[in-house]
Design a protein around this ligand. Structure first.
Ligand code: PLP
Length: 450
């Protein structure tokens, strides 16, 4: 065991140490023919070579130059926690099978609840990501507020809301027409007056408005909806108020985040993705529900073969709050890095990302790029408008610009469309991305446009 572990550890150490020099993306011709399941053993070193080579292909999402979509990085301490969790292989979703370990997971969830000043009645679950957190939130809102025949229910989002909410609604059985797209103000935030108006109109048309999904950091631009105003409307109208803070949530650890997210504590539920701005490895999302029993009421069904299990006590049976019964001990992946490092380095890193985004915005603007929105969090959305260009040629120019920038092998960016325009994004979230790499990205971008 020690020898095998040592071999894996040396590979991991050299791969992680090599991240700053590694290509941001690398797409050679990958063999795709499949092979039969092996009858015979292969020694570990040969398998580690195969894994190391495979890891050198594709987009290097763990590397400092990864600025596409929403990066996360993946803390080494969390990988150690995963190793421990799977090596121990204990069952934490029914608390009395591993009370002390389940308590650790529950503590980690409680820290997330404390972050948003949620009351003692709040409960939460760790999911594989924001998509499943949004799914459980929508199911909880539906089962709390709508009758079993729920097809008249309507859900309020904006064009900037992450598509996982519409997908969750679809999976929860809602028709496409239940998704109501509320107009935004020029800063891409949900317009509260328009929301009020749509709720009234929908009610008089015989529909049943029941859920507002606000974003605390949109994926396109990092925009934060006016949470306090939206919360007031939801409350006055008797709607569930869900905040999708999958990307932005952890910024609440910083003073700037606190100021931006005023009102989030009144949300009925909050999604956050520790595998984004808490820098954890993929597979770590969370849903927090203010009145925790509603989450349980929405997900729990008993079964005879579970009759030996104790009813929940101070520690929840996570399986009763979630679609999942058996799963990995995810809580350790959150618990260990937070205990090992303490909160301050996380706060410092998030402040650094906010500073870097403000800096990149300033530099790109000075270099003549078009930046219609000031970054509220750590995503900078921009484009280059060539002289005498039409909207179509501008879009094409920027798509080509993205390809040329990504071909540098030093940074990897992604694009989106906002208000119909092709836009590039710099998402500065990874704990491995610092000023030196942002300066490099800016140099590459400026060179590519001149
Ligand atoms: C990433 C993201 C999601 C989806 O989360 P996954 O972890 O990818 O499933 C949902 N909402 C927002 C705002 C996001 O940024």
């Amino acid at each position: 065991m020690a020898e095998l572990g040592q071999a894996v550890l040396s590979l991991v150490t050299s791969l992680i140490n090599g991240l700053p020099q590694a290509p941001a993306a690398h797409f050679p011709n990958t063999p795709t023919q499949s092979e039969p399941a092996p009858e015979n053993p292969t020694p570990l070193p040969a398998l580690l070579d195969t894994i190391a080579q495979a890891a050198q292909q594709g987009v290097n999402t763990a590397a400092p130059g990864y600025l596409a979509y929403i990066p996360g990085g993946g803390l080494y301490a969390a990988a150690l926690a995963d190793f421990l969790a799977t090596a121990l292989n204990r069952y934490v979703t029914v608390w009395n099978l591993a009370p002390a370990l389940a308590h650790m997971e529950n503590s980690a969830i409680r820290w997330l609840c404390d972050l948003f000043d949620y009351p003692g009645t709040a409960r939460g679950i760790l999911t594989s990501g924001g998509s499943l957190a949004n799914f459980s939130a929508i199911v909880t809102a539906r089962r709390t507020l709508l009758p079993p025949d729920f097809l008249n229910g309507t859900i309020y989002v904006t064009a900037q809301t992450h598509v996982s909410s519409a997908k969750a609604a679809m999976l929860a059985g809602f028709p496409q027409s239940s998704i109501r797209v509320v107009p935004t103000t020029n800063d891409l935030r949900m317009n509260p007056a328009a929301l009020s108006h749509m709720i009234t109109t929908d009610r008089s048309a015989g529909l049943t408005p029941f859920l507002v999904v606000a974003s605390a950091g949109t994926t396109n631009t990092g925009a934060v909806d006016p949470l306090t105003d939206l919360a007031h409307i939801a409350q006055a109208e008797g709607l569930w108020f869900h905040v999708d803070a999958a990307y932005g949530g952890p910024f609440y650890l910083t003073q700037r985040g606190k100021n931006l997210f005023t009102g989030i504590s009144t949300a009925d539920s909050i999604t956050l993705d520790p595998h984004k701005a808490l820098f954890l490895p993929y597979g770590t999302g969370a849903l927090l529900v203010r009145e925790g029993h509603l989450l349980r009421d929405a997900h729990h069904l008993g079964a005879d073969y579970l009759q030996d299990l104790d009813a929940e006590d101070a520690i929840p049976n996570f399986s009763e709050y979630s679609p999942e019964l058996t799963r990995d001990f995810r809580g350790l992946r959150l618990w260990l890095p937070l205990k090992l490092h303490g909160l301050q380095p996380f706060r410092d890193a998030l402040n650094e990302k906010l500073d870097l985004a403000a800096y990149a915005h300033h530099e790109l603007e000075a270099a003549g790029f078009d930046l219609p929105w000031k970054p509220e969090l750590s995503i900078v959305t921009f484009r280059w408008i060539p002289a005498n260009a039409s909207p179509t040629t501008t879009d094409a120019y920027n798509a080509d610009l993205l390809d040329r920038v990504n071909a540098s092998g030093r940074v990897f960016l992604s694009s989106t469309r906002v208000n119909g325009h092709y836009m590039l994004r710099l998402a500065i979230v990874s704990h491995r991305t610092h000023r030196d790499r942002i300066d490099e990205a800016l140099t590459i971008l400026k060179r590519a446009t001149h």
